[in-house]
Design a protein around this ligand. Structure first.
Ligand SMILES: NC(=O)c1ccc[n+]([C@@H]2O[C@H](COP(=O)([O-])OP(=O)(O)OC[C@H]3O[C@@H](n4cnc5c(N)ncnc54)[C@H](O)[C@@H]3O)[C@@H](O)[C@H]2O)c1
Ligand SMILES: N[C@@H](CCC(=O)N[C@@H](CSCO)C(=O)NCC(=O)O)C(=O)O
Ligand SMILES: [Zn+2]
Ligand SMILES: [Zn+2]
Length: 387
């Protein structure tokens, strides 16, 4: 029986306050308004950014909220005027929207070839509300109080409401949602950081700092781009095996460098520095090392990690005067709604390591255990199922 136009009561994992475990409670999800889509979420993975916001490090973090932004599901119903998807479509919610083929007046970023930072709904997703009326669509079943959205996706709920501009079609009917949910954030971001943001060329040398799913996706893409030296850097020795499996040629652990810093060690290993580096940790000191381990003259460092509120990056300006470039990337530079179905096809073509990032599977109600695994460095991606 269709529940279109009606509120839906369901389970969600609510973050009531920073640094508190999520609580699975009954919530009410309002019907989608104009330009909105209600999605039944099937699978979620945890990204470090969920942990970062739950940890109280996000200057945009609002509580209580429903976290989650790496997921896949099926459209339950759509609001007035929605044309790009319909009930029953298999979709991936995208925290990074794309409005060019939907909005009457697309934003400047969506029409510009150099940006994927759609601004159509960004102010609202940052504030944890929907654009139409400036309110959330979630309320607590127990007392009717409002619960904020997160990153415009809030996928840690059986049902969520997102803006139409944030809904990517899976496209391929055969694509397994329990795998392609990963394309909603971390893996796509690492692939895109290498191919779109840095544009790593054949024969390059690369250093990747942080070997979670994002960093390993950088390693995977660097191999694909033809990099011949890939130095994997992590403080956890247990990451060496998986880094080498993904194609890293070297592994180093900065806690074992003694008096030397990472930039000195990597410059020595490469006779002057790497062509490209990727910071996939979210630590401003590591960001500095990642920049400074790049080769004078042309080395480029890409910041992928998300650093805590209040922190700032620094380096000697001389590092840039002498030809290094410091860049950053959000969702790997992919224009989300048009890129995601292509990434699904790439996966279906069989030439990716996407399955390998899934190290754990759990039921949705084990979500706090999944967060613990992520913090302990024991998992790349844990996929949570609602069934
Ligand atoms: N820019 C984007 O669009 C985007 C997208 C997804 C994730 N992120 C960010 O990317 C980062 C990585 O995400 P993830 O899900 O792979 O995280 P993760 O927690 O799975 O992996 C982080 C890795 O960094 C390692 N590490 C910790 N401190 C280190 C140090 N000082 N030096 C070297 N390695 C260190 C850890 O051992 C771990 O292996 C996070 O900051 C996340 O918020 C950004
Ligand atoms: N809210 C934080 C910034 C968080 C951040 O940088 N998010 C990344 C995506 S992380 C995905 O796991 C991003 O894409 N940022 C671009 C954007 O949010 O528009 C803060 O306020 O510092
Ligand atoms: Zn846009
Ligand atoms: Zn993420």
């Amino acid at each position: 029986m269709s529940r279109a136009g009606e509120p839906i009561a369901c389970k969600a994992a609510v973050a009531f306050a920073p640094r508190e475990p999520l609580r699975i409670v009954d919530v009410v999800v309002a019907p989608p308004q104009a330009g909105e889509v209600r999605i039944k979420i099937a699978y979620n993975a945890l990204c470090h950014t969920d942990a970062y916001t739950l940890g109280g490090h996000d200057s945009e973090g609002k509580f209580p909220c429903i976290l989650g932004h790496e997921a896949a599901g099926t459209v339950e119903s759509v609001g007035e005027g929605v044309t790009s998807c319909k009930a029953g479509d298999r979709v991936i919610p995208c925290y990074q929207a794309y409005c060019a083929d939907i909005a009457k007046e697309p934003c400047a970023h969506c029409v510009h070839p150099k940006s994927n930072l759609c601004q159509a709904v960004r102010a609202y997703t940052g504030a944890g509300v929907m654009k139409n009326d400036g309110k959330p669509r979630f309320t607590l079943a127990s007392d009717g109080s409002e619960i904020f959205h997160f990153m415009g996706t809030s996928t840690f709920s059986e049902y969520t409401v997102v803006h139409e501009v944030a809904v990517a079609q899976v496209g391929n009917d055969e694509a397994p949602l329990d795998k392609v949910c990963l394309l909603g954030c971390g893996v796509s971001t690492g692939w895109g950081a290498v191919h779109n943001t840095a544009r790593v060329e054949e024969g390059s040398s690369v250093a990747v700092f942080g070997l979670g799913a994002v960093g390993l996706a950088c390693v995977e893409a660097a191999v694909e781009a033809g990099a011949t030296r890939i130095i994997a850097v992590d403080t956890n020795d247990e990451k060496e095996a998986v880094a080498r499996e993904f194609g890293a040629t070297d592994f180093v652990n900065p806690t074992k460098f003694g008096d030397k810093n990472s930039q000195t060690v990597i410059a020595e290993m490469t006779d002057g520095g790497v062509d490209y580096s990727f910071e996939c940790v979210g630590n401003v000191n590591v960001m500095r090392s990642a920049l400074e381990c790049c080769r004078k003259g042309w080395g480029t460092s890409v910041i992928v990690g998300v650093a805590a509120a209040g922190t700032e990056i620094s380096t000697r300006p001389f590092q840039l005067v002498t030809g290094r470039t410091w860049k950053g990337t959000a969702f790997g530079g992919y224009k989300s709604r048009i890129a995601v179905p292509k990434l699904v096809e790439k996966y279906m073509g069989g030439n990716t390591k996407l399955d390998r990032y899934i190290t754990h599977r759990m039921k949705f109600d084990q979500i706090n255990e999944a967060f613990e695994l992520l913090h302990e460095g024991k998992c790349l991606r844990c996929v949570l199922s609602f069934d």
